[in-house]
Design a binder for this molecule. Sequence first.
Ligand code: TA6
Length: 300
Amino acid sequence: MHKMDLVALNEEFGMISTLKIEDVSGVPVLIISTPLANARIALQGAQVLAWQPAGHMPVLWTSQRAVYRPGQGVRGGVPVCWPWFGAGEEGQPAHGFVRTRMWTLRETNWVGDRLIVHMGLSDNADTRAIWDHGFDLELQVDIGRTLVIRLVTHNTGHKTFHITDALHTYFLVGDIARTTVTGLDKTAYLDKVLDFKQHVQTGPVTFTGETDRIYQDTTSTCVIHDPAQDRKIVVSKSGSHSTVVWNPWLDKAAKFTDMRPEEYQHMLCVETANVGKDSIALAHGEQHVLETEIGVEVSP
Ligand code: TA6
């Protein structure tokens, strides 16, 4: 990133002892410190990389081998999957094309003691060559004792479009084998590990191997129970009818160049999404808000 751009960004948005923008291998990263929480956000992909509320351990996981390079998504934090979740059409990037693009830092503002960062991305010739629709996206990161992330999709084109989307959140856990997720009991899911066959969840989700499930038609709050770190992470949501639960386990993790294999033990994705039959149709001028709120509680 050009040094002048960084200087200009800090002049416009920097806040002494609260917000500064640094260049991490060509990727501008917002370093945020408020009395309630610390956070880091990459402008590439508008990707939240870290959030740590005061008095708690970090809540989000990022890989020790994460790659910070223009055009490459960071493994961890909260990747934004849009305008499709999962594999695209032939030759299209997985999870859409916005998580590797540079978003614009639009505004920062205080609401009480919470700091809200607004980043935006609109269609251009490059995006229309991939996906021929007019859109404006805004990601709002609302930082306080909880973390609220809102993805606002606005159809600025003339045609109705359909999207699937996700806030693909990677959580830090002490030991995946002792971790459980409640809130999905009796919910139907597609099991990617078993050729997307449909099953119904019974009781808490437990982890004994690669787990990759798309729970559908659910608006439930999920709770990640992490006894190894004596805490619970509460993931509530709105504008979302799918929840994706993913842990690659050892063999799949070993295939990622941007992850140490053994790190699978300390991460878990619980994703606020709209996938498959839960896709969203937006007509000209319509908006949709996908929102997740993350809180952490000590639970000895
Ligand atoms: O959300 C789960 C998933 O779709 C997995 O199947 C796996 O592909 C994961 O996303 C990570 O995808 P990525 O493209 O970021 O490596």
